[in-house]
Design a protein around this ligand. Structure first.
Ligand code: PEP
Length: 254
């Protein structure tokens, strides 16, 4: 059995209710393109409305606080985003690691809180340009996985990993297909080391400047189970180009 490619849009801090039209259009297309599994992570403020507009695609959050509730002004818990309609959350995105000083330990706590609340998680990892240039990319990512992945019985099936080289996010630059494949193979080894046999079924997404015109080759790289898409997920037109590429690739495989 081949798993459907998982194509997830990360809307970041973009979108007011006017963007619900894009969500509706993505949802309608997902009905036709059933060979791909599609989801979007809008800002907190749109989770509820997006869930109501879109029936078929997954809806997720971009972050959660690790605590259930309490005196954390401005933060939002896993139970709250779930109540608003989120089925998953992204954790450990490099923008949160950099802008909010999030450590691997905190990312792991957030992932475990989300799973405890009944959601699945997309755990992001990725090296900086300096780390890649100095030949440390795989060891940096391995350390992030060791520190950030949630652990415990039955947890692996709730986890997706997104490999997002920091230098490729929003820059229009991407690693070569060979480099993507090599990193994803290395992540797979680490997942099996951490989760045992269950680690072989964890999906690994590639993220970083995925566009309609490069999606097919990036998605075809070794061990790539889908894509986490930022900029190109903001309009239905460009996001659909990526979803179509994923669905066609799946057609070729089956
Ligand atoms: C992201 O931020 O998760 C991302 C992959 O962004 P972009 O596609 O814009 O590089």
């Amino acid at each position: 059995m081949t798993t459907r490619p998982y194509i997830v849009g990360n809307w970041k801090m973009h979108g007011t209710r006017a963007m619900l039209a894009e969500a509706r259009a993505i949802d309608r297309a997902a009905e036709r393109l059933i060979k791909a599994e599609v989801a979007i992570a809008p800002p907190f403020t749109l989770i509820h409305a997006t869930r109501k507009e879109a029936n078929l695609i997954g809806i997720g959050a971009q972050d959660v606080h690790p605590a259930d509730g309490g005196a954390h002004t401005g933060d939002v818990s896993a139970a709250m985003v779930k109540d608003a309609g989120a089925g998953f959350t992204i954790v450990g995105h490099s923008e949160r690691r950099a802008n909010h000083q999030e450590t691997n330990e905190l990312v792991k706590e957030k992932a475990e809180a989300a799973i405890a609340a009944g959601m699945s998680v997309i755990v992001c990892v990725g090296e900086t340009e300096a780390e890649r240039d100095s030949g440390e990319a795989e060891s940096v990512v391995a350390k992030q996985l060791e520190g950030s992945l949630p652990t415990g019985d039955g947890v692996a099936e709730k986890v997706t990993v997104a490999y997002e080289p920091v230098w490729a996010i929003g820059t229009g630059r991407t690693p070569t297909v060979e480099d993507v494949g090599a990193m994803h193979r290395s992540i797979r080894e680490k997942l099996v080391a951490i989760y045992g046999e269950e680690g072989s079924a964890v999906r690994i997404l590639y993220g970083g400047s995925v566009k309609p015109d490069n999606a097919a080759e990036l998605l075809a790289a070794d061990e790539v189970g889908g894509a986490l898409v930022g900029g190109a997920s903001l309009t239905a037109e460009s996001f659909l180009g990526i979803i179509i590429a994923a669905a066609e690739l799946q057609d070729e495989k089956s």
